[in-house]
Design a protein around this ligand. Structure first.
Ligand SMILES: Cc1cc2nc3c(=O)[nH]c(=O)nc-3n(C[C@H](O)[C@H](O)[C@H](O)COP(=O)(O)OP(=O)(O)OC[C@H]3O[C@@H](n4cnc5c(N)ncnc54)[C@H](O)[C@@H]3O)c2cc1C
Length: 463
């Protein structure tokens, strides 16, 4: 059983799947704070690093802890809701609860209330994992990402100090810090530790043990319009996203198909295209955005046509090419700002990098407009997913070289690699610098491989 635990705990959704169960020296499945502390004490006394694992749905491999000897603390049994306060619009929850489990419990009590962060992986992604990757969902454009929906976070450091970080107001870069160790508290206040630091920290600051999050009522269903928009080229496609952002259109559904090399997808959808839903009062505005751009076709559709398109879009991620199989070599790209106006060049460069490494581009799709944080700055753009045709000569080296090629391409084009994960291994980012600064104070025993790993160590994780 213990051996099985070590195997199971290593599995995850990323392409970094090579598990050496013996490196998971001890696996803890705490059910309460005391047991979290016992696990931390064990690791500290054995001088082993700690990797905290939520649902394992992260796409960066961060929850694997790399190939190093380590203690794994799984939050799979930390699923309690400590308070549901509909009057004040918050809940206090354990970190191992999934978004789906949380919403099911909320809606049992109040059917029209909701926790608004819902990644497509909401059936397995935990609230602790979502905080640590700053997850967002299809509706992030209106609902924001995890950090926008969190009021406070509690976490434990390597000495079992409980640190509470609370939102003060709308300025997320400022938080109230509380800790029994007043010396540590002062150091963290001096460093300006905030909820933005914990969001996307990939478990390097400590074990998130509790979260206070916002819950809200679902908006009254008003009159909504549905539209399908086609652009004749990728630059015009990017201009549409630019326009929707500039005019702050409150889309309740904004999905795109950027390219598709499968006749069953490209035939009925004719990419690049958008599938949109928005309040009817914005009809004129959305049409005006399209009319301002050369050769863009705006078509009003009814609910039935909208649902047909939305269904094709959702199923794309599971559809194989006519011959062979699709794979997500490098799942996500965040494209924003003036880059939206040179979309053609961006896609051509990404595809050239994929082909150089023997991957044939297959489909690209995304949420647009959407939001994510980069170096604590809120970015508005497209979160684009990419799927490639699996090459016949697939080896760990081919995969890894392809991924490194994608990261270099992102750097060259100044686009964000993997928005959900901000590619945590990238050492050139402000986020990386900031986490090093904070771990100088908090200790470096949590997921250290993430901040200091080499390409060789990462390559070892590819199956
Ligand atoms: C099919 C699919 C669809 C997806 N769709 C989306 C999407 O729409 N939006 C989106 O944002 N993401 C999406 N993702 C990515 C993934 O679901 C998110 O990154 C999610 O937030 C990860 O949560 P998790 O519980 O699985 O975390 P894990 O993968 O277990 O861990 C992720 C990171 O968080 C750390 N961590 C986990 N729990 C804690 C804790 N309690 N304390 C400290 N550190 C912790 C881990 O150490 C690791 O570094 C998708 C993934 C898949 C497979």
């Amino acid at each position: 059983m213990e051996r099985l635990n070590r195997y199971i705990i290593g599995s995850n959704a990323s392409i970094f799947q090579k598990i050496d169960p013996t490196k998971n020296v001890e696996v803890f499945l705490p059910t309460n704070e005391e047991e979290i502390k016992e696990a931390i004490t064990y690791a500290r006394e054995k001088n082993l690093p700690i990797t905290t694992k939520g649902g394992g749905s992260g796409m960066s491999g961060a929850c694997t802890g790399g190939v190093r000897n380590k203690v794994v603390i799984s939050t799979m049994r930390l699923k309690q809701i400590h308070e549901l306060n509909f009057g004040k619009g918050y809940a206090i929850v354990d970190p191992g609860l999934t978004a789906d489990e949380f919403n099911e419990k909320i809606q049992k009590k109040q059917p029209n209330w909701k926790f608004f962060v819902s990644p497509s992986s909401r059936d397995i992604a935990t609230l602790g994992g979502m905080m640590s990757t700053d997850g967002g969902g299809n509706d992030a454009w209106l609902a924001g990402t995890m950090v926008d929906n969190v009021l406070s976070v509690e976490f434990f450091d390597i000495n079992n100090n409980k640190i509470i970080v609370e939102r003060i107001d709308d300025d997320l870069s400022k938080s109230k810090i509380t800790c029994d160790d007043k010396n540590l508290e002062k150091q963290l206040i001096d460093k300006g530790l905030s909820l933005l630091d914990i969001a996307g920290s990939h478990g390097v600051l400590g074990v998130v043990s509790k979260l206070k999050v916002m819950i809200k009522t679902m908006p009254e269903a008003g009159k909504e319009s549905y539209a399908v928009i086609h652009a004749n080229n990728l630059n015009n496609f990017g201009k549409i996203i630019y326009g929707l952002i500039e005019h702050d259109i409150p889309l309740t559904y904004g999905e795109t198909i950027v390219e598709a090399r499968h006749p069953d997808i490209s035939g009925p959808t004719n990419p690049p295209m958008f599938i949109l839903k928005y309040p009817t009062e914005y009809d004129e505005k959305v049409q005006a955005i399209c009319n301002d751009i050369n050769k863009v076709d705006f078509t009003s559709v009814d609910l039935e046509e909208f649902e047909v398109m939305a269904e094709i879009r959702v199923k794309m991620a599971k559809r194989n090419p006519p011959e062979g199989f699709q794979m997500a070599l490098f799942e996500g790209y965040g494209i924003y700002g003036e880059n939206l106006l040179r979309f053609e060049e961006i896609i051509t460069t990404i595809n050239a990098s994929l082909m150089k490494h023997t991957f044939t581009p297959f489909i690209k799709f995304g949420h647009a407009p959407s939001v994510y944080y980069e170096d604590n700055k809120k970015i508005k753009g497209i979160i684009m997913h990419s799927r490639e045709k699996r090459p016949e000569n697939l080896t760990p080296k081919v995969v890894f070289d392809g991924i490194v090629g994608c990261v270099e391409t992102c750097e060259k084009l100044r686009i964000t690699p993997k928005p959900e994960h901000k590619w945590p291994f990238q050492k050139t980012t402000e986020k990386h610098k900031r986490l090093i600064e904070l771990t100088d104070v908090l200790g470096k025993q949590f997921n250290p491989f993430l901040l200091e790993c080499s390409l060789e160590e990462l390559a070892e994780l590819v199956l």
